[in-house]
Design a protein around this ligand. Sequence first.
Ligand code: PXP
Length: 240
Amino acid sequence: MTRLSVNINKVALLRNARGGNLPNLVQVARDCEIFGAEGITVHPRPDQRHVRFDDIPALRAVVTTEFNIEGNPTPEFLDLVLANPPHQCTLVPDATDQLTSDHGWDTLRHADFLRDVTATLHQKGIRVSLFVDPDPRMVEGAKATGADRVELYTGPYTHDFSGDPARAMAPYTEAALAANALGIGLNAGHDLNMDNLRYFQEHCPGLLEVSIGHALLADALYYGLANTIRMYRRLLAGNP
Ligand code: PXP
């Protein structure tokens, strides 16, 4: 079974647009869980335009499924994560002013750094996942750092899916098989949506978790949050 973690960054973006507390991020996180989310993901970026650093303690206190904090492991980010230990921390090599994550780690070149950060997070009992492109060498490199999981960056798959799904998917299946053989867990995310999710999951053996934000919240404008989460859960359960 693949778990659905709902990324609530865009809810925070909407709240921040007016400076008040509408929508209430903590209430939305709670409600996502009530509606069937199996995890809550946040990505506090350095410019804090989405989820802010000071949102994290309250979210950590209410999330009862799986709390996943994503981000670039700067000293500030690591302090935040260590002070509010989530179930999982996904390390992402994004730049300070990046619009959205668009590539994975070079786990070979940054092996020493990633090994140190992973060990630090493990001391607090935090599961570590590394965001990587679908390249078996990067998966192998991730395994060597001691990380527990990789999150495959699905941007290129979602971009190419409508043209030739089989071709778009091939590198992901290969990376998934490499992860399974190495015994490292497998997550995926970025631009997954109701059209491309089912095919991805069917061809990605051992997929433990997807984190989905942008498309899911856009769908919620039409279907409502409760229906939308149920629809994504149904897709992941094999019921279109
Ligand atoms: N995984 C990572 C590492 C991300 O940075 C993001 C976007 O914040 C996602 C998954 C979710 O992507 P989307 O919002 O396109 O579903």
